[in-house]
Design a protein around this ligand. Structure first.
Ligand SMILES: [Zn+2]
Ligand SMILES: [Zn+2]
Length: 921
């Protein structure tokens, strides 16, 4: 058992508390998407959010800061994705603890505090700690004796444990120019027996020695004291800074005394959740450790990425999100996880990290929903992609040592959605290399061909510039609020305004004409824009003065920050910018949507009541004609559970509760126990929906539109319950008009059935049961009559069997005879004839059936009933076999029964002719 004070959460918190005590401001982790930094794909170090402070272009209200920063290192041609999962230490996502001084304290305090925290608070043995300092191998920059001297002064520090290293290890530079300075690293000696290379020839364990795992680098203290202005010119910085970084996973490994990051309590709960799904024993898990590690690492990274808005996509960061999800899904398939499973795994990520990173909780449904949809999307294409790749690999194996061409790898991505990284994984498993340079060259070619701009991405992104320009022009002209399009879909169904812009085919137009598809920008709108599962509104925009024109609005979107557009088709006239218009929402459709949205909240609450609190939302669709709700639950719902849920929702509909809608600070709402349902970004103030009067049973954060009272929903009916992945269920339901239609249709069917059965609807079931019993009796009777008829018909045929070379041969069809009857008839033939061949064909239950029997004497002459049926069954697309004397075959195509009979005829003729000539065989 771990000591509580060394849990991952506690290590993180004790680090922050320690530095807050020393006058530091706790600054929450910035997003994984670096704000305003075009040079960086992802935040990859704690200092990223302070870069401008070091460069002197930004100031903060504090001079000391501490935090735990979310970091991602997976991008571009050079990254260690290949190592992730194959060892115990590499990650795509990780947490970096750090403390900073912005022109405040310097080396003395940084070293003192690091020592105090490591040895005092965390109790690491002083004798095992080492420190490295800078000494320039080129003799140009001053040796960092200042840092070394502070190390010598630390109580209990062994002075022989200060080592000097050169530029590679101990000099830090932000870039070619800019802040730089010496750094001092703290290493931990894990003791003999902890080095993989111990005892190898020429290896003596030491700090900073390549391949030595006995010494572990823990913490890097960077002292920024120079400004590099050129290749060989350093100027002293007016204000000196400290920037430190301590990997949380690594310090957790040390303090928890385990030998793998995946065994720390930061990651082991995620590993456990995979094991719960696979049902593996610990040995089986150990034998499949790479997939376990990859899934653990990637599921954690994907959850954090989606929480920061990086959903799966084709370009840049979104591509990385897609790639790691797909890579995790493929590694899952290697250990038998063939259904979507990542949202289940992500659930344990959210549970484990949600306290410190509340964005995970706030975006829970978005995370689970995106994972599920991406896995389903991948499943649709992956099989084709992998089999295509395998063909390519086996082709290239004829030419050993050949690389898989990069262009082919790119085609696999463009056509089958197989990311390069997965192609490489699969190829490597067969010892084939992929031409990575070639892949990027093909991608570049594609990017140029498609005319995309200078983005990180693959296929080029949509041109958002036009909307950004429109936005700044219109704000400057005071036609648009600086906050953007005013958005209020809650209180009105119509709004008046001036047409500010008409965008058609990616360009702004002064005027458009009938039949054009166009995006209309107005100063404000009451049309709902798709969010939190609720679909966008539709409606109309019409001119308020002559000449008359009308646009039918079919969809809504936000193409760039602050801009909302109505997407529609011009039905009449020629709309122009500057025209005064009235925009009207399709009210009936919107009301249908509102009924479904409120019903979704009631359903969610009822799931908690009937199934338990674990039934978390994983995805939702609120459309006019139905609602769909995905949630976590391990097994199919029983009929009773479904009935209880449906009845519970309808009970709350009839109670006609008011919907209590309030705006509150996010922290207050979460503290009050609101369920974060709305999948979009949360502002500091959130909208809360409470239902249940005095004792509310539903309390959610939600930006959607709702009915005033639950009674407005009318009726709620569940139409379907199904599985959408491991531990994920889906309920579909209808309300209001759609529910009434459904009831209508069902009643009609019931009434019609009643009329057909000549009874009233109440007695339809009883009457039907009676009819079925009668029918069953009649069928049995028919079947025995048919057998009798077939028997009589066959007896007639037996009287008149034709001869083939002196042997009686009966080849015929007996329509609708089953296999038993055919066998019976064949026996009858053999009782009648001591020598002969009988071949019978029938179509029973729409399937062709063949039986052949051959008497012993002819078997002695080499005839075989199995060969006969096999040959005869060929045109039927079937096959069969059996003993030499009796064999049976089936097929698929009953229309070829005559061809089968002809085949039998020919086979017998041939056999009886050939055999006598072949005496000596
Ligand atoms: Zn070693
Ligand atoms: Zn909602």
């Amino acid at each position: 058992m771990l000591e509580k004070r060394f849990s991952g959460a506690n290590i993180r918190q004790s680090f922050i508390d320690f530095f807050v005590d020393k006058g530091h401001e706790f600054v929450p982790s910035s997003s994984l998407v670096p704000g305003g930094d075009q040079t960086l794909l992802f935040t990859n170090a704690g200092m990223v959010q302070f870069k401008d402070v070091f460069l002197g272009t930004d100031k903060r209200p504090y001079t000391r800061a501490a935090n735990s920063q979310k970091c991602m290192r997976v991008a571009g041609k050079h990254n260690d994705l290949d190592d992730v999962g194959r060892d115990d230490t590499h990650h795509t996502f990780f947490e970096m603890l750090g403390n900073w001084s912005f022109g405040d304290y310097y080396k003395k305090e940084a070293i003192e505090w690091a020592w105090e925290l490591l040895t005092g608070v965390w109790g690491l043995p002083k004798a095992d700690l080492w420190a490295t300092c800078f000494e320039d191998e080129m003799g140009e920059i001053e040796r960092d004796d200042e840092a070394a001297n502070y190390w010598y002064k630390q109580p209990g520090f062994d002075p022989s444990h200060v080592l000097f290293f050169g530029r590679q290890d101990n000099f830090w530079e932000m870039a070619e120019t800019g802040p730089s300075g010496p750094n001092s690293e703290i290493h931990l000696d894990l003791g003999p027996g902890n080095c993989a290379n111990e005892g190898s020839l020429g290896h003596t364990c030491a700090v900073n020695l390549e391949g030595c795992t006995r010494f572990l680098e823990l913490w890097n203290l960077v002292f920024m004291q120079y400004n590099r202005t050129g290749p060989s010119s350093l100027e002293p910085l007016p204000a000196k800074h400290v920037d430190t970084g301590l990997g949380l996973e690594r310090i957790a490994l040390v303090l928890q005394g385990v030998d793998s990051n995946y065994k720390t309590d930061l990651l082991s709960p995620i590993m456990d959740s995979i094991q719960r799904l696979t049902g593996h024993s610990d040995t089986e898990k150990a034998n499949n450790i790479t997939p376990y590690r990859v899934i653990t690492d990637h599921a954690r990274a994907a959850a954090f990425l989606i929480a920061d808005g990086v959903v799966p996509g084709n370009t840049g960061r979104n591509y990385v999100s897609r790639m790691i999800i797909r890579r995790a899904a493929r590694f899952g398939s290697l250990i038998g996880l063939d259904e979507p499973f990542l949202s289940y795994i992500a659930g344990s990520v959210i549970e484990n990290y949600g306290d410190f990173y509340p964005e995970l909780l706030r975006n829970q449904s978005t995370i689970l929903d995106n994972l599920l949809r991406e896995e389903i999307r991948f499943q649709r294409t992956v099989e084709a992609g992998v089999s295509k790749l395998e063909t390519l690999i086996s082709d290239s194996q004829t030419d050993r040592g050949q690389k898989l061409p990069g262009g082919k790898a790119f085609d696999l991505y463009a056509t089958y959605g197989l990311p390069l990284e997965i192609t490489r994984d699969i190829a490597l498993e067969q010892d084939i290399e992929v031409d990575v340079e070639g892949f990027y060259a093909a991608m570049e070619e594609h990017r140029l061909a498609s005319g995309a701009g200078e983005t990180f991405g693959l296929f080029g992104e949509e041109n958002v510039e036009i909307y950004q320009n429109l936005f700044s022009e219109l704000v400057k002209a005071k036609k648009l609020d600086p906050e953007g399009t005013k958005y209020d879909p809650y209180d009105r169904y119509e709004v008046e305004g001036e047409v500010l812009a008409l965008v058609r085919a990616g360009e702004s137009n002064d005027q458009v004409k009938k039949g054009d598809f166009v995006e209309v920008l107005l100063p404000e709108t009451c049309f709902y824009v798709e969010a939190g599962g609720q679909v966008s509104d539709t409606g109309t925009i019409t001119s308020l003065s002559d000449p008359v024109w009308e646009i039918k609005v079919k969809d809504m979107r936000r193409p760039s920050a602050g801009v909302i557009v109505h997407i529609g088709e011009v039905m009449q006239g020629e709309p122009r910018t500057g025209d005064q218009v009235m925009a009207r929402v399709d009210i009936q459709r919107r009301q249908d949507i509102m009924r479904n949205h409120t019903a979704t909240h009631l359903l969610h609450a009822e799931l908690h009541t009937v199934l338990g609190a674990h039934a978390r939302q994983a995805g939702s669709l609120v459309a006019p004609d139905r609602l769909r709700f995905d949630f976590t639950h391990p097994e199919a719902l029983t009929a009773t559970e479904l009935q209880q849920i449906e009845a519970g929702v309808n009970r709350n509909v009839l109670e006609n509760y008011n919907l209590n809608i309030m705006f509150k600070p996010l922290q207050t709402a979460i503290a009050e126990g609101a369920i974060a349902l709305f999948g979009e970004k949360y502002d500091a103030t959130v909208r809360t929906i409470t239902i249940g009067g005095e004792s509310p049973f539903s309390y959610e954060l939600c930006g959607g539109t709702h009915v005033r009272e639950t009674g407005d929903i009318g009726t709620f009916l569940i139409t379907n319950e199904s599985s959408v992945g491991a531990g994920l269920r889906r309920i579909e339901a209808v309300t209001g008009r759609e529910a009434y239609d459904l009831i209508q249709r069902r009643f009609q069917i019931l009434n019609q059935t009643g009329e057909l059965l000549d009874t009233n609807p109440e007695e339809v079931a009883e009457k039907t049961r009676g009819v079925l019993i009668q029918l069953d009796g009649a069928r049995k009777q028919i079947s025995s009559l048919r057998k009798e008829m077939i028997g009589q018909e066959f007896n007639r045929l037996l009287e008149n069997v034709p001869q083939e070379d002196g042997v009686p041969v009966l080849i015929t069809s007996l329509p609708e005879a089953d296999a038993g009857t055919l066998r019976q008839m064949a026996d009858r033939f053999r009782q009648r004839y001591q020598s002969g061949v009988v071949f019978l064909a029938s179509v029973f239950n729409a399937k062709p059936l063949l039986i052949a029997a051959i008497t012993e004497d002819l078997v002695d002459r080499g005839l075989h009933a199995g060969n006969l049926v096999e040959f005869a069954a060929q045109p039927l697309g079937g096959g069969g076999g059996g003993r030499p004397t009796l064999a049976q075959a089936g097929g698929k195509d009953p229309s070829q029964l005559d061809a089968a009979l002809t085949n039998a005829q020919n086979w017998v003729k041939n056999q009886l002719k050939v055999v006598p000539d072949d005496q000596d065989q």
